[in-house]
Design a protein around this ligand. Structure first.
Ligand SMILES: Cc1cc2nc3c(=O)[nH]c(=O)nc-3n(C[C@H](O)[C@H](O)[C@H](O)COP(=O)(O)O)c2cc1C
Length: 202
């Protein structure tokens, strides 16, 4: 069972989302591939890389930025296709996901590759990922219940994007009331680890 861990916090060992994400990846028990989207400097799409995704243009004629986007996209999609389990760990930033993680999603949701569309609608093509765990940290109140649920543009976005490419068995693990000090929430950490262990053993 291979795990792909997408790390969405740049805070290295100070990051609680990363720490619990690592717990999840280690709990699977097989090889782990880690992609830290900030360390990686995930490129943005360009006009030409978008055109190539739709079948227009030539790779050889691309400028350097467009080639970087296409090369990274190929690698990220291959990583996704080789994984049995996906872990995404990331903090809520300004009610959504960190921009570098969004840049990763913008590349891996690839038309006529990880998803397609026809007269019957949209189809997701990532069938190898059997289980996925999203670990998300936030400082504010509970984003699961009113009134703060209206501010949560993170979890719905990530769940929808994963479902769109075919990843539907997803466990969402929230750690809330987390500030910049990862040692301030030991009890909630234990709850998160328990939820992850139960999901993986089910
Ligand atoms: C740029 C930035 C934006 C943030 N925006 C929010 C937010 O919208 N809501 C919230 O509850 N916490 C917000 N936070 C707090 C983080 O979600 C929180 O500190 C989290 O624990 C950091 O996760 P990490 O330890 O994995 O880095 C923000 C933090 C930063 C640095």
């Amino acid at each position: 069972m291979k795990t792909l861990h997408i790390v969405g916090s740049p805070r290295a060992e100070r990051s609680l989302s990363r720490k619990i994400g690592e717990f999840a990846a280690n709990s699977v028990g097989g090889p782990i591939e880690t992609l830290d989207v900030h360390a990686e400097k995930v490129p943005f799409h360009t006009a030409s890389s978008i055109a190539l995704n739709y079948g227009f243009g030539d790779y050889a004629a691309l400028d350097a930025d467009s080639k970087a986007a296409i090369d990274a996209q190929k690698r990220y999609v291959e990583q996704l296709r080789s994984a049995d389990v996906l872990v995404i760990s990331a903090p809520m930033w300004n009610f959504g996901m960190p921009g570098a993680l969004k840049a990763w999603f913008d590349l891996v949701l690839k038309v006529n590759d990880t998803f397609s569309m026809d007269q019957n609608g949209y189809h997701g093509h990532i069938k190898n990922v059997k289980k996925a765990i999203i670990v998300t940290t936030a400082w504010g109140g509970s984003y699961e219940t009113a009134p703060m649920d209206a501010y949560d543009y993170f979890t719905g976005h990530v769940l929808t994007a994963l479902g769109f490419i075919g990843i539907t068995d997803v466990k969402l693990v929230r750690l809330e009331g987390v500030n910049a000090d990862p040692d301030s929430v030991p009890a909630k950490t234990a709850d998160a680890e328990k939820a992850i262990s139960e999901y993986l053993s089910a």
